[in-house]
Ligand binder design. Structure first.
Ligand SMILES: C[S@@+](CC[C@H](N)C(=O)[O-])C[C@H]1O[C@@H](n2cnc3c(N)ncnc32)[C@H](O)[C@@H]1O
Length: 592
């Protein structure tokens, strides 16, 4: 592997912990010097030595700053830095001092070059006369074998006011359904008063407050080098035990790692993989503020039926018209779109690069925004309305007729690398759950630049009938309102009569994937959701895939317009006060 590639991999690893590249670069420089430009000890154990050196550096930097101030004032000695965590102090500095694994870094002889190229150059300049004292063993940052799962140990304490969506997608509702069968009347020219969105071209969101790692460690070059960067030999597990319930209340999965830094009494909590190995990629979680409990849910990479939902998956149900059995290889290389593409409106939705075609994406977004024709259908016997009561006193507000993507599947003759199989292959982007600022709780961000049309993840949850969701909501107390259900109503406009067990939603409250962390943004969200048919032609069940609506930069929060009508005061469930920060926020209450 080339040096550039190695440096990039190192940045990727530290980015996963919310550490900005600019800050880790000088540390990497120093470490390379220390290890005689041998990358192996740096790369070992997921860059443990580098991560530890970085946090050591941050601590020492703080100590240095304090010392310099103190010495200027009264000439006193450097105070020992103590870990402070929710009111408790942990004498980390003594652990560092007493450690037999002290790494004495010699002062950097290379200038503060901070780009990869410079790291390459200095790496190539490797000289042999460096006198280094260090232990080859990186510190043990891993939690012990008692550790299991921190995710399931805490309930989120964020203000989880109940939300709703009166139109379709992200519907937050609770209403009983006790009748079977429905008929729909298309009223495409009917009123579109509620939630009547205009098409607003998504533009770069201002990153106010949500680039958490950038804020915690300001992106500035490190002017001072710590004299004692390196292995501390500190026992983070011990520290964890001293650090309130967050770390000791549960067992952690072996490969999950928590880092606690005493940076101005701030708790820096990090979990390396909330998916517990269930996805193709690891998805980390960081909390730099220390004021939030961990989310409590079970990570699940695929939708799963809770109980009564009717989702019939069988090869026999897939007719010849619903698959491309005579294809082979990659369907995208065909001159004539295959049968699956014909289901997607006569052409493939994806490009050779695996992105959503711009025209397809724009068409989907314009349908949702209603800039052209909103394609609403109003049910005469809406599954949500069937049992009108105090929870749903109004008439059906209409459902958007949406464009579907149809992916190739098992009965098709093509292979798994076929370009018409994107969503079914799962998450490939580098994502991170982080604690947002400004009242939104946890959020999701990308750690890499994402071009427009990138598949990010699907919205995964328990498949519930609307009745089951209603019953769930009835059982939950006011403070535990479910705020994660999404109605699968993209095909409710068809002539098909929907039985209760076919009127479905996805609830990610207890079981779900990373999409449950995606916050709402009015109008100009950077993600959009598109229904995807994969394993069954029955469109009352489908996958809800989230794609980038524009180019999204690394570290930007990923957002999705839930479609909430904040002005609908009649709705039984009060929407949350929107803190999306969009210039076109629909929550007038918030604006005023
Ligand atoms: C699907 S969850 C998103 C993840 C959530 N922030 C968390 O901490 O788990 C939806 C909930 O997040 C919060 N939320 C999402 N978007 C918001 C926004 N723009 N303003 C305020 N709260 C928001 C609301 O409490 C909402 O009920």
């Amino acid at each position: 592997m080339g040096i550039k590639e190695r440096a990039l991999k190192a940045f990727r690893a530290t980015r996963g912990l919310g550490i900005p590249d600019e800050e880790v670069k000088p540390v990497l420089h120093d470490l390379l010097e220390v290890y005689g430009y041998n990358w192996e000890p740096i790369e070992a154990e997921d860059y443990r030595a580098l991560i530890d050196a970085y946090f050591e550096f941050k601590e020492n930097q703080g100590v240095e700053d304090e010392t310099e101030d103190n010495m200027e004032n009264d000439g006193s000695k450097r105070p020992s830095k103590k870990l402070q965590c929710e009111g408790q102090e942990d004498h980390v500095s003594s652990a560092i001092t007493n450690s037999s694994k002290t790494l004495a870094l010699k002062k950097a002889t290379v200038p503060l070059n901070t780009d990869t190229q410079e790291i390459m150059e200095s790496s190539q300049r490797c000289s042999m006369d460096r006198r280094i004292e260090f232990s080859s063993q990186p510190p043990d940052m891993q939690l012990n074998s008692e550790s299991k799962d921190v995710i399931s140990s805490h309930l989120p304490s964020t203000d989880r006011k109940s939300t709703h969506d009166r139109v379709s997608r992200a519907v937050y509702f609770k209403r009983p359904l006790d009748a079977h069968g429905s008929s729909h009347t298309s009223k495409e020219n009917g009123p579109t008063s509620h939630c009547n969105r205009k098409l607003i071209k998504p533009k770069n969101e201002q990153l106010i407050g949500d680039m958490a790692c950038g804020e915690s460690f300001p992106a500035r070059r490190l002017k001072k080098r710590a004299s004692g960067i390196g292995n501390s030999g500190r026992d983070l597990n011990e520290k964890g035990k001293n650090c309130s319930g967050i770390l000791n209340s549960s067992n952690l999965v072996n490969n999950q790692r928590q880092t606690v830094a005493s940076d101005q009494k701030r708790l820096f909590l990090s979990i390396s993989d909330i998916t517990k190995g269930a996805e193709n990629v690891k998805i980390s979680l960081v909390n730099e503020f220390g004021k939030e409990d961990l989310p409590k849910f079970n990570y699940m990479p695929h939708n799963t039926i809770y109980q009564n939902a009717y989702v019939h998956i069988s090869l026999a149900r897939i007719s010849d018209e619903d698959c491309c059995s005579s294809c082979s290889g990659d369907c995208l290389s065909l001159s004539i779109p295959c049968a699956c593409a014909r289901e997607t409106g006569g052409e493939f939705a994806y490009t050779q690069q695996g992105l959503l075609k711009e025209e397809f994406l724009d068409a989907c977004m314009s349908i949702e925004s209603g800039v052209h024709d909103r394609h609403l259908v109003y049910c005469q016997d809406c599954p949500l309305e069937r049992s009108k009561n105090e929870y749903f006193p109004e008439q059906c507000k209409g459902h958007i007729i949406r464009k579907f993507i149809k992916e190739c599947w098992r009965k098709c003759g093509c292979n798994m690398h076929c370009g018409n199989r994107v969503v079914q292959r799962g998450i490939t982007c580098e994502l991170q759950v982080f604690l947002t600022r400004g009242g939104k709780g946890w959020g999701l961000r990308t750690l890499q630049d994402l071009p427009k049309g990138t598949f990010v993840c699907e919205y995964v949850g328990e498949i519930l009938t609307n009745t089951e969701l209603y019953e769930r909501n009835m059982q939950s107390s006011g403070s535990e309102r479910h705020t994660y259900p999404v109605t699968l109503d993209a095909d409710w406009g068809s002539e098909k009569v929907l039985r209760d067990e076919e009127a479905l939603c996805l609830d990610a409250t207890f079981f779900g994937n990373v999409a449950r962390f995606i916050n709402h943004r009015c109008f100009d969200a950077n993600l959009t959701d598109i229904p995807v048919e994969v394993e069954t032609p029955d469109r009352h069940y489908y996958h809800l895939a989230l794609f980038t609506a524009r180019k999204v930069n690394a570290l930007e929060e990923l957002t999705w317009d839930y479609g909430i009508d904040f002005s609908d005061h009649n709705h039984p469930i009060k929407a949350f006060t929107c803190c999306c920060g969009s210039a076109v926020c629909r929550d007038m209450k918030r604006k005023s």
